[in-house]
Design a protein around this ligand. Structure first.
Ligand SMILES: [Mn+2]
Length: 291
């Protein structure tokens, strides 16, 4: 396993990133794929499914499509390119799945950063977390059978990891003719740390422990600890982690940054109530279906 660490100037931000993927201790193939395009503000994790190299192919097709995106002119252009790329892969995987007699599909979670705006686009149960001021927030909301049971009050959140239907996702690229992506967006702040990961991590490491393990000063060391912890606890799935931290770039005390420093942080007051439910920097109705 090689951990790639980078520091990149991205508009008003200095972005540090570290990423790694591991096959785990049980499986022979790694069907996860990851993307780190710090230079355009785009990161992704995809978790392929289907076995017999189908999942490997599906997650790699997603990453290839996102790698082909040209440097965008602003946040709307980047969002449009990501959605367009994922829809194209959906069509390609549907076609190939029908010809080969079995589904070829993959989850995807993407982080987009443009200026101080961030967006999350996802389908399935790969996740985006935000660590801010010592609190961890889930930005994405799993498209999975167990999440639906939790939302309906039929399953306790602590019981999801051991649930027999824990591997069933309700949305994925390649799963249906129409790709149903979900999107959330918000404002980044200096010091924000984003974590994208596959379920091979979150099946073994709870949200609070993630926030503790992530808090290492060295981002690559934090990624290493997260993967090592998943492996120590069985490593029954492929595990993939991408960490991205944001700071104001030197000499960029622009208006945007000053506004962020002056105003009270959006998450104050939400800590006590539900630290993992609210997504800071986004409005209450930020959920948007982008089918
Ligand atoms: Mn997985």
């Amino acid at each position: 396993m090689t951990i790639c660490g980078r520091t990149t100037r991205l508009g008003p931000l200095t972005v540090r990133s570290a990423a790694a993927t591991h096959v785990g201790r049980v499986r022979k193939l790694n069907e996860d794929s990851l993307l780190d395009r710090s230079e355009i503000g785009l990161w992704a994790v995809a978790d392929g499914m289907g076995g017999h190299q189908r999942g490997e192919y599906a997650s790699a097709a997603i990453v290839q499509a996102l790698e082909a995106i040209a440097a965008p002119d602003g946040a709307p252009a980047l969002m449009a390119a990501v959605k367009g790329g994922l829809e194209a892969v959906n069509g390609q995987l549907r076609f190939q799945g029908q010809r080969s007699g079995g589904p070829i599909a993959s989850t995807v979670v993407c982080l987009l950063l443009s200026g101080w705006s961030f967006a999350c686009v996802w389908a399935g149960d790969s996740r985006l977390y935000l660590l801010r001021d010592g609190c961890i927030f889930r930005v994405s909301h799993d498209h999975s059978v167990v999440q639906e049971l939790v939302d309906a009050g039929a399953l306790h959140p602590d019981e999801t990891a051991s649930h027999p239907r824990g591997n069933e996702v309700t949305r994925a690229v390649g799963a249906f003719d129409d790709l149903a992506l979900e999107m959330r967006q918000g404002r980044a702040q200096p010091g924000d740390l984003f974590l994208l990961c596959s379920d091979g991590l979150t099946k073994f490491v709870g949200d609070r422990e993630l926030s503790i393990l992530l808090a290492a000063p060295d981002l690559a060391a934090a990624v290493d600890r997260l993967i090592a912890t998943a492996l120590e606890r069985g490593g029954s799935d492929n595990v993939t982690v991408v960490a991205v931290s944001c700071q104001a770039a030197p000499g960029t005390d622009d208006v945007d940054t000053l506004v962020l420093k002056k105003r009270p942080t959006a998450i104050e007051g939400s800590h006590a109530a539900a630290p993992m439910a609210a997504v800071p920097g986004s409005g209450g109705n930020a959920d948007e279906s982008v089918q």
